[in-house]
Design a binder for this molecule. Structure first.
Ligand code: SAM
Ligand code: SF4
Length: 349
């Protein structure tokens, strides 16, 4: 393996600044996604089984510990933080975490503090989020049909989510809609959903189903390659490639008829790993260097072992040397098993 580029430096006070996060493939890690809870008020068919067993609350990092861990990453050059889950807005007291993390926005260390949410609690929290420096949010929404919405989320109420989106926009948050493409479920609706989103000034990103965790549903039944979605949309709309990057894996098109942007995230049909700049931590402090691989590092131990951050920084450095080149998701026709036993709600989407 090539020697790791070192980015440590001595500051004016003689302290060694934490080394920046550069992996063995020279990718600079600047984006951390944090699952703040594995719990959720929905049970989406591609994400969870109806009867999930959640982690005992005692295993979770406290909000203060999550803050410490996030701040250790910020000290090492992470400039974008996304809170996710499970549903981040169902974690009790979560606004205090946003509030405390917002100090890194004020200091300039963090460029963006954001979240991915199912929208169910947005009506309640939109204004507060904006007050804590959140500017843009992702809301997951796969259909605008209330019955289908209930069937996909099992427990969700579309009306509540739409009110949440209204509240977010009224509070001045920029909203992006993420929709998972589901064969035979919402494939006919993606055009109208795009028109709806663009009509309200929101980008729409379509995501392929990934084989994560047992859900009680057959993945082959759900899987719809986005090449097909794109071809179908291209029959009705003019899709122009645009060079728009959000630091995420989406490839964007400009839609001439609506004037809006349409993104595609294609983990199954296109490997987006070359430019991966992110890592993920779970609500128990496990660091996953890749969404699609099992290798992980425990950060809760080092976090709790001392009050200083040296042990955490060392554990993070060590983990980054193991960031793999990429994932190899396969929806396997023979085995009919998920590629990974871990659910998306554990690592965060
Ligand atoms: N509860 C929040 C939400 O739904 O936005 C945040 C967590 S959720 C795990 C994050 C994203 O992952 C959502 O957009 C969801 O649609 C997506 N997701 C969950 N399971 C997935 C799977 N198996 N394949 C693709 N996307 C998935
Ligand atoms: Fe909950 Fe989000 Fe998973 Fe749906 S996708 S069950 S809203 S964590």
């Amino acid at each position: 393996m090539a020697p790791l580029p070192t980015a440590s430096a001595i500051d004016l006070a003689g302290n060694r600044a934490p080394r920046a996060l550069i992996d063995p493939f020279a990718r600079h890690i600047t984006y951390l996604r944090v699952s703040v809870t594995d719990r959720c008020d929905f049970r989406c068919v591609y994400c969870m089984s109806e009867h999930m067993t959640f982690l005992p609350k005692a295993d979770l990092l406290s909000l203060e510990e999550l803050d410490r861990l996030c701040s250790a990453f910020v000290a090492k050059g992470v400039n974008k933080l996304r809170l996710t889950g499970g549903e981040p807005l169902v974690r009790r007291g979560i606004m205090t975490l946003f509030e405390s993390l917002s100090r890194h926005l004020k200091s300039g260390a963090l460029k963006e503090l954001t979240l991915t949410t199912n929208g169910s609690q947005l009506e309640k929290y939109a204004a507060e989020l904006k007050g804590h420096g959140v500017e843009r949010i992702n809301v997951s929404l796969d259909t605008l049909n209330p019955d289908k919405f209930r069937a996909i989320t099992r427990w969700g109420d579309l009306g509540k989510v739409l009110k949440g989106i209204d509240a977010a926009q009224a509070a001045g948050l920029k909203v992006k809609i993420n929709a998972v493409a589901l064969k035979g479920v919402n494939e006919d609706e993606l055009g109208p959903m795009m028109e709806w989103a663009h009509g309200r000034g929101m980008d729409l990103t379509v995501i392929e189903v990934m084989p994560l965790g047992e859900t009680g549903e057959d993945r082959l039944d759900q899987y719809l390659p986005l090449s097909m979605v794109r071809a179908r949309l291209a029959e009705r709309y003019t899709l122009d490639n645009v060079d728009y990057a959000t630091g995420g894996p989406a490839r964007y098109m400009q839609v001439k008829e609506t004037g809006g942007r349409l993104g595609f995230i294609t983990p199954m049909t296109h490997n987006f790993c070359e430019s991966c700049n992110r890592v993920r931590i779970t609500c128990t402090g496990t660091l996953y260097m890749c969404l699609g691989q099992e290798d992980a590092a425990d950060l809760r131990g080092p976090l709790r072992a001392s009050e200083g951050d040296d042990l955490i920084h060392a554990a993070i450095d060590d983990a980054i040397t193991r960031k793999p080149k990429g994932h190899d998701f396969v929806i396997d026709r023979r085995q009919h098993r998920p590629a990974l036993s871990r659910h998306m709600s554990v690592t965060g989407g």
